[in-house]
Design a protein around this ligand. Structure first.
Ligand SMILES: NC(=O)c1ccc[n+]([C@@H]2O[C@H](COP(=O)([O-])OP(=O)(O)OC[C@H]3O[C@@H](n4cnc5c(N)ncnc54)[C@H](OP(=O)(O)O)[C@@H]3O)[C@@H](O)[C@H]2O)c1
Length: 221
């Protein structure tokens, strides 16, 4: 698949970029500073010699012009970044992996964004794009260690069939990930909020848990 990642130089964007490229996608890692994006991509390619990752870097605008675009900025920056790229993103499916969480003492707590979720806020900021929400619960570290096997479900929320199906296809281009359609963008709030719970579990038990639903029968969808 042809993928761009806005805010791709952070741990989440780099890990997803590496894993998607290792799974056969062509990925552009975007940054506010094109040189930083290029360096981050070059570092990833160098870190995994022999894998021939189709991974390049550039500006966020370069990333926003790919077929499928993932938004991986911090929560506070997401809407502004999206609006600044709205022309490039018009007509495209935009996947938000952004979580709204805040540290309160030793605990992470969910923050309630405007419109109930980051993804719904972004959909309102990008009326010419089709938003989906996915990848919130995958810890960057495990995602980016390409020698490690994944075994996880990824909850996908979207208001349109096109956005949902394209996002599930992106998820399932990665071996070990199963995409599960979990509702409209109205369901993205609880999905984003669950991240705080999973991080607290990880801190408490010094683990790296991933989400896996039992009993799912996708043949009945
Ligand atoms: N880390 C994880 O394990 C994980 C897992 C799942 C989902 N997520 C979510 O994925 C998103 C990214 O996570 P992260 O840990 O990679 O975050 P991060 O390192 O804090 O930020 C990612 C990138 O966003 C860009 N950025 C920072 N401030 C910005 C601003 N004001 N405007 C525009 N771009 C800005 C930066 O790239 P440039 O400076 O190069 O532009 C930065 O490298 C978050 O919303 C997080 O909740 C994280």
């Amino acid at each position: 698949m042809d993928v761009g990642i806005i805010g791709g130089t952070g741990p989440a964007g780099r890990a997803l970029a590496a894993r998607l490229a290792a799974s056969g996608s062509s990925v552009v890692l975007g940054s506010r500073d094109a040189a930083r994006g290029q360096q981050a991509a070059a570092d990833l390619v160098a870190a995994w010699p022999g894998r021939e990752l189709d991974l390049t870097g550039g500006s966020n605008e370069d990333a926003a012009r790919r077929e499928l675009v993932v938004l991986a900025t911090p929560y506070e920056a997401a809407a502004e970044a999206a609006i600044s790229l709205s022309d490039a993103l018009a007509g495209r499916v935009v996947v938000s992996m952004v979580n709204a969480i805040a540290r309160v003492g030793r605990e992470l707590q969910a923050v309630l964004p405007a419109r109930g979720s980051v993804a719904a806020t972004l959909q309102s900021a990008l009326p010419r794009s089709e938003l989906s929400a996915a990848f919130h619960h995958l810890p960057a570290r495990e995602l980016g260690l390409l020698d490690g096997e994944l075994d996880s479900d990824v909850l996908v929320c979207a208001d349109t069939e096109r956005a949902g199906e394209a996002t599930v296809a992106l998820v399932e281009s990665v071996p070990g990930l199963r995409g599960v359609l979990a509702g409209s963008l109205a369901a993205a709030g609880p999905v984003e909020a669950l991240t705080a719970v999973l991080v607290n579990v990880n801190v408490r038990y010094r683990s790296h848990v991933a989400l896996k639903l039992s009993g799912l029968r996708r043949d009945r969808a």
